[in-house]
Write a protein that binds this ligand. Sequence first.
Ligand code: G1P
Length: 280
Amino acid sequence: MLAYRVMIKKCLFPVAGYGTRFLPATKAMPKEMLPVLNKPLVQYGVEEALEAGLTEIGFVTGRGKRAIEDHFDLSYELEHQIDGTGKEKLLGDIRNLMQQCTFSYTRQSTMRGLGHGIQSGQTLIGDEPFAVVLADDLCFGAQTGVLAQMVAVFKQFRCSVVAIEEVPETDTDKYGVIAGEAITERIFRVTDMVEKPPPGEAPSNLSIVGRYILTPDIFEILDATEPSRGGEVQITDALLTQARRGAVIAYRFEGKRFDCGSVPGFVEATNYCYARQEFD
Ligand code: G1P
């Protein structure tokens, strides 16, 4: 086993994607800024990272994504405007994130897939284990957040960890799908993984959700990973290389996940949150 540091401090958000499934809403606005109730998706993701103890937030961004940088920056005019008013409390959560986290940005200039997006983040990560959050997968943990649960699993196994959930067999072509040997009811040692297999050809119905903890050897592996499905460099292919070394754990998290990159998933998430939140 490689001797990786147990402490994870960094969380990478690949946010360069175009969000074509949500057009026209995402024509001029990043999909990660779509709000569920009054909070943008990306803020839920950063809150989940902070809850897991990850305070160094990195974004792999692209053209047209400036709103994300502005969201995590101080707006003096706005602060001045609402100072001392009843509206100040609406900024409480984002102020807390800005106080506790650092935010760094790099750009993915060509769209060559999630694997390539993560590869572009190497400059922000360096040589340490890190988490990856795909902000359009909105996750609510049962007791603790999904990333916090995964950090605990990482501490136990010290290798890459992917979040998984069961999906209907007809939906395997929307996700990376794993095969694995069960260690416990929730923890699997991954033996195979395939990106978006057609129903009937999938190794299981355990699909990968947009939460990863990756060991830094993934960057070298990504460098050597050829584009595959859709002509894109797939993180799933790079993880398969690690899995063949016995170094990937799949974790069936406790909680709920909504695919907020699709309209039905987004509406479901909105209804779920609305039913749980009180407004003045
Ligand atoms: C990506 C990954 C896929 C994973 C999914 C989770 O796909 O490539 O393996 O299951 O995220 O949301 P995308 O949704 O970007 O097509």
